[in-house]
Design a protein around this ligand. Sequence first.
Ligand code: AMP
Length: 305
Amino acid sequence: MVDFRQMRKVIKGFSGEIDKGFGMEVVEYKKEIRNLVWQKRCGGEKIGFVPTMGFLHEGHLSLIREAKRECDVVVVSIFVNPRQFNNKEDLERYPIDLEGDLELLRSEGVDLCFLPKVEEMYGEETFVEIGAGELVNCLCGKSRPGHFGGVMLVVAKLFNIVGPDVVYFGQKDYQQCLVVKKLIEDLDFGIEMRILPTVRDEFGLALSSRNSRLSEEGLRAARNIVQILYSVERSILTGKVVVSELIEEMVNKFSVYSGLEVDYAEIRRAEDLSEIEEIDGEVVVAVAVNVEGVRLIDNILVSCT
Ligand code: AMP
């Protein structure tokens, strides 16, 4: 494996200037990343942070590019967090391509990549548990018990380790965005949060690392998900307001496709995911669908005044 730290030193020594493409430091240890970020912060630089689980695609890159635009230093973490997987098989099958990811991060001009091992992130046991209530127990939290507890724990740890000014998350994981927003508020992290739109392929399918596990046929089936979300949007915009009827319509549309197995299909208040009987204000239409045993999520926001 290429030693990027070494490469950086060589380039630094050679030209006195870090080449944009090769200037990324890759660090495994908390102490190291903390020190590096601290040095930058002491120089008055604004730190942007993008946490990821790797197998990067254009969705991740959209967050990184926004961070590059807004911040002086961009930190990206790659960590497949075992605590947020309630299903061992799902964790074991999570796609990994470290070499490819580092290549992409370097070409995007990322400054620091934090790549901790599980042992570095967690001790034997963790005493602290974070998160309670409907927000973490509905939708993905209902289908994946403990998922958001694991997400919040790792996100809180990463925020404490990296100490960013601004963090970047994707709307694709809408519930996660709301959960992290609450985490930042409740624990007074004093961090700005940016939520960026879902990046889709040319057929509208939300990009996801998990898409790599689908066959051509699975991909074709998965591309219908967003079309169904858009059809619900059209129904809302043409005046349908009864949520139970809209959900029934949505579930019926999914049942037409044999390759799409609905885990949940919901319409909730966008602000806090609370249940509603009638459409009023901004709502999120959110689904989780199993395709060839791969769990895909997607959502759209619809505003109705
Ligand atoms: P992950 O690696 O799946 O944990 O995702 C890391 C971050 O990238 C999260 O904030 C996700 O919401 C975001 N993300 C993943 N897929 C997309 C996408 N298609 N468009 C925008 N952001 C995304």
